[in-house]
Design a binder for this molecule. Sequence first.
Ligand SMILES: *[C@@H]1O[C@H](CO)[C@@H](O)[C@H](O)[C@H]1NC(C)=O
Ligand SMILES: *[C@@H]1O[C@H](CO)[C@@H](O)[C@H](O)[C@H]1NC(C)=O
Ligand SMILES: *[C@@H]1O[C@H](CO)[C@@H](O)[C@H](O)[C@H]1NC(C)=O
Ligand SMILES: *[C@@H]1O[C@H](CO)[C@@H](O)[C@H](O)[C@H]1NC(C)=O
Ligand SMILES: *[C@@H]1O[C@H](CO)[C@@H](O)[C@H](O)[C@H]1NC(C)=O
Ligand SMILES: *[C@@H]1O[C@H](CO)[C@@H](O)[C@H](O)[C@H]1NC(C)=O
Ligand SMILES: *[C@@H]1O[C@H](CO)[C@@H](O)[C@H](O)[C@H]1NC(C)=O
Ligand SMILES: *[C@@H]1O[C@H](CO)[C@@H](O)[C@H](O)[C@H]1NC(C)=O
Ligand SMILES: *[C@@H]1O[C@H](CO)[C@@H](O)[C@H](O)[C@H]1NC(C)=O
Ligand SMILES: *[C@@H]1O[C@H](CO)[C@@H](O)[C@H](O)[C@H]1NC(C)=O
Ligand SMILES: *[C@@H]1O[C@H](CO)[C@@H](O)[C@H](O)[C@H]1NC(C)=O
Ligand SMILES: CC(=O)N[C@H]1CO[C@H](CO)[C@@H](O)[C@@H]1O
Length: 671
Amino acid sequence: MNPKHSFMLYYVTIVSLLLLHYYVAMASILNITTDQSSLIAFKNHISQDPNNVLTKNWSHNTHVCNWVGITCGSSHHRVVSLNLSNMGLIGTVPPNLANLSFLNHLILPNNSFQGNLPYELASLHRLRTIDLRFNNLRGNIIASMFVSMTKLTTLSLAWNSFTGTTPCSLFNMTSLRILDFRGNNLWGSLPSNMFLSPSLEYVTFYGNKISGTLSSSVSNNSQQLRVVELRKNRMFGELPRNIFRHLPYLEVLSLSRNGFFGEIPDSLFSCKELWHLDLSNNNFTGNIPPGIGNLTHLKYIYLQSNNLEKLQGLMLSDNKLEGSIPSSLGNIVHLGDLSLAQNEFEGVIPESFGRLASLERLDLSKNNLSGVIPKSLESLLYLNYFNVSYNKLEGEIPHGGPFANFSVQSFIMNRGLCGASRLQFPECETTGRSRKTTAYIFLKYILPISSVATLLVLAFLSILKFQNHNKVLQNFEVDQAMARWRRISYYEIQQATDRFNGDNLLGIGSFGKVYKGVLSDGTNVAIKVFNLGLEGAFRSFDLECEVLRNIRHRNLTKIISSCSNLDFKALVMSYMVNGSLEKWLHSEDHSLSMIERINIVIDIAEAINYLHHGGSISIVHCDLKPSNILLDEDMVAHVTDFGIAKLLNGGNSMTHTLTLATIGYMAPGDV
Ligand SMILES: *[C@@H]1O[C@H](CO)[C@@H](O)[C@H](O)[C@H]1NC(C)=O
Ligand SMILES: *[C@@H]1O[C@H](CO)[C@@H](O)[C@H](O)[C@H]1NC(C)=O
Ligand SMILES: *[C@@H]1O[C@H](CO)[C@@H](O)[C@H](O)[C@H]1NC(C)=O
Ligand SMILES: *[C@@H]1O[C@H](CO)[C@@H](O)[C@H](O)[C@H]1NC(C)=O
Ligand SMILES: *[C@@H]1O[C@H](CO)[C@@H](O)[C@H](O)[C@H]1NC(C)=O
Ligand SMILES: *[C@@H]1O[C@H](CO)[C@@H](O)[C@H](O)[C@H]1NC(C)=O
Ligand SMILES: *[C@@H]1O[C@H](CO)[C@@H](O)[C@H](O)[C@H]1NC(C)=O
Ligand SMILES: *[C@@H]1O[C@H](CO)[C@@H](O)[C@H](O)[C@H]1NC(C)=O
Ligand SMILES: *[C@@H]1O[C@H](CO)[C@@H](O)[C@H](O)[C@H]1NC(C)=O
Ligand SMILES: *[C@@H]1O[C@H](CO)[C@@H](O)[C@H](O)[C@H]1NC(C)=O
Ligand SMILES: *[C@@H]1O[C@H](CO)[C@@H](O)[C@H](O)[C@H]1NC(C)=O
Ligand SMILES: CC(=O)N[C@H]1CO[C@H](CO)[C@@H](O)[C@@H]1O
């Protein structure tokens, strides 16, 4: 044997022996006793345990398998699961956990674990679940730490402060089903094999700093994907045409708040299971492919803030779309064909549809629409098909423009339509006998006229009399208001709403829910709880608080208090016993006297005047309607819901407008 070969032989033998020794040693060292000492070491790294759960329970007197949060395997009696969810623990994750060599589930969400994740955990190759959501962990995500965990199905590190480039090699793992990195600070781009994983079902990088484009390597492997959420990142570029072709089970796709541009690829419409599609706040242009009509499960579609004005047809019929019809549809001025038939839309037909000058076909049949057919539609010269059958529309059928030609078939099965004697509908009642019609005329004509008149008088008076005192008075009132505005705790809100009991729910809107509640001092309040999982909710809350610093008036809804901490935000407002003006105008068992009506008009006018002229910043409401007028126990009207209001800086600079978020109650379903 030549010396070189024998050296190799010795070398290999020695290395093998060392490895064997190591494995034997490991096997003899790691047993349930070492599991126990690992957990004790873990406990020692916990600096605060608010409910003393571990302090009391994890004691030497009880077997480790009986400790709270610990599960042991039935045959080998080693720790297989560590689950300490929602305990408010503060501490770090020590490397000693890597000695729990049989661990399958590491579940520590909603605590305050800090610092880095020790790289030693990479040796836990039996792990199936890692759930560390809602902690304060930081440091670079090192993908190689996870790739040896060949059974890992769930990796959820959402809502921490992890940094680094996107862990691309995770997409090569054949076991991963859930990959959740929401709310961290990852950058870099996503790998081109992102959709290639044969096992991934749910992938979200919502709210990171991911850049780059979304590239198209897809294959028939990527069949399992159900949820792809890349909302609120820094991605850009055109979407490859075929990108969605191979994702037959895709249910949720959210790409909003990136910089994608170009056309929406029609391969999207081969995703037959899609029910939530959010492409809003990008720069998509052009048409929505007609294939969108094939998405029969679609419930939510968000396309706002793109450049889709050139859209010529929008067919969303026979879906399960709900909520009100977005009035922004009125901006797609080239639209020729709009069908929203057979959905579950509620609310009114937007007045803005009168701007759809090219519209030839409008089908809104078989929904739950109420209110009147807007007279603005009379200006749609090219409209030759119109169908609002099977809704709950009421009031007078317009007769001008294209309405001269429509047959009764366009209007069947609506409970309150009148006029158009040609079609044999009952004549519209113009006298005080019909509340609805009076209310309609009142709102449509008298209210605007008297508001304007009141506004003019008030504006004149304020110019004449209060010119100099206005600001001083204003500042004084605001300071007083801030002093009175006390903070309230999550606990108090929970008590007030009987633990957010469904019976107390007043309404649901785009940013969360509104509950009725009773504070400990007996005050009835309405509590608007922001759903922080939703995009924009943080911003909405902050803006509302900002605006509330600027406005305060008896005829606007009053904010009593706010509650703000990292994962809960709410506003507490006066509860308006008598509900909305809409209820009073449009329901059988309510009615308003003429005096009440006039008083309401005056209240509204005062509030609007205050918004326009009352402070250093003018506020334009932009969405004044009966459902946004709330009545208190004395039937005093309060203006609410500044969802689409505009702040005009200095009163004249129209360019610096800032869109506000909803204040006050929101109209249910104002998505
Ligand atoms: C675990 O291993 C240690 C040292 O190898 C030993 O002293 C101890 O008795 C073992 N415990 C059990 C429960 O086997
Ligand atoms: C620890 O908690 C478990 C599960 O709640 C319980 O069965 C056990 O008795 C507790 N042990 C101690 C010492 O409190
Ligand atoms: C972890 O524990 C919490 C509270 O005890 C429980 O609700 C949750 O289902 C557990 N999670 C898993 C994955 O077992
Ligand atoms: C987080 O834990 C706290 C208790 O520490 C609990 O009140 C809260 O509901 C939990 N949050 C979530 C999102 O589970
Ligand atoms: C457990 O892990 C720590 C840190 O990784 C290590 O120093 C220690 O030797 C391990 N203990 C046992 C008994 O294996
Ligand atoms: C996917 O499968 C279909 C037939 O099942 C085949 O026609 C197509 O070429 C395959 N695509 C890829 C990218 O493998
Ligand atoms: C859309 O394009 C315009 C003009 O190219 C650009 O100014 C704007 O920032 C883009 N918007 C997004 C969300 O990328
Ligand atoms: C929509 O469905 C029809 C009929 O099933 C089919 O012919 C058409 O190709 C589909 N369109 C798209 C874009 O998938
Ligand atoms: C229409 O609205 C009523 C109540 O406003 C509701 O009960 C009904 O289920 C709705 N119908 C559809 C088809 O959504
Ligand atoms: C009504 O229909 C007739 C014949 O189809 C057409 O000539 C006329 O322009 C239509 N009128 C309106 C207002 O659309
Ligand atoms: C409008 O739609 C309803 C329900 O689909 C239908 O019965 C009616 O004939 C349609 N009207 C016209 C003018 O096509
Ligand atoms: C500034 C103000 O409070 N305006 C009116 C609000 O509404 C009540 C009831 O109508 C009036 O009395 C206030 O003058």
